[in-house]
Design a protein around this ligand. Sequence first.
Ligand code: FMN
Length: 192
Amino acid sequence: MTITDAIRSRRSIYPAQYSGEHINDEVIHTLLENANWAPNHYHTEPWRFMVFKDDGLKKLMSKLAELYKMYNVDTFSDAKYARYADRAEQISHSIVVAVDISDKPNLPEIEEIAAASCAVQNILLTLAEYPKVGGYWSTGKLVYTPEFKEFLGLEENQLCMGMIHLGMIKPDSPKPQGKRRPAGEKIQWVVS
Ligand SMILES: Cc1cc2nc3c(=O)[nH]c(=O)nc-3n(C[C@H](O)[C@H](O)[C@H](O)COP(=O)(O)O)c2cc1C
């Protein structure tokens, strides 16, 4: 597969399409090793990862369910609350991504977040090597709350950037269609 194929055929695959089987930990090690090769300014390597699986994953999902309840008093739905427990069964591993914001004076926060985002993209693109493994970047307002930060044990200068949920794709699961507006709409060439 070419790099172009890997980039254009990468799709977010969601928990409803996961079988609940476990991904081999070796795959997770490879994803994270590749994440570690992302570009980064001043060699800060600001990405941090926490891998949740088994009972750890159940704890992660029950914390998110608790926060969902706490932050959605007016719009609370039993079905949405129950979805967190379902996810703990469907997902194999969830990688929480955090960024360690450096105090270097010439290094704006945006560059640290950009570097950690490149690390996430490395993970998602590496999935091209494992066609039976699906994943996507999951965020939502709960992952930015102080309660979630405390649950993760992050330091003051560290920000949670969400989770990469991963699972074994159910056999015969249809691959979602990619959808993008033309690249040309977002490009200007400046030649003089
Ligand atoms: C920073 C970021 C946060 C995202 N958060 C969510 C999310 O919370 N829930 C979700 O379903 N998808 C999330 N996604 C995945 C996008 O929905 C997905 O990339 C988009 O629909 C395009 O589909 P594709 O990845 O298959 O090309 C996120 C993507 C990015 C880059």
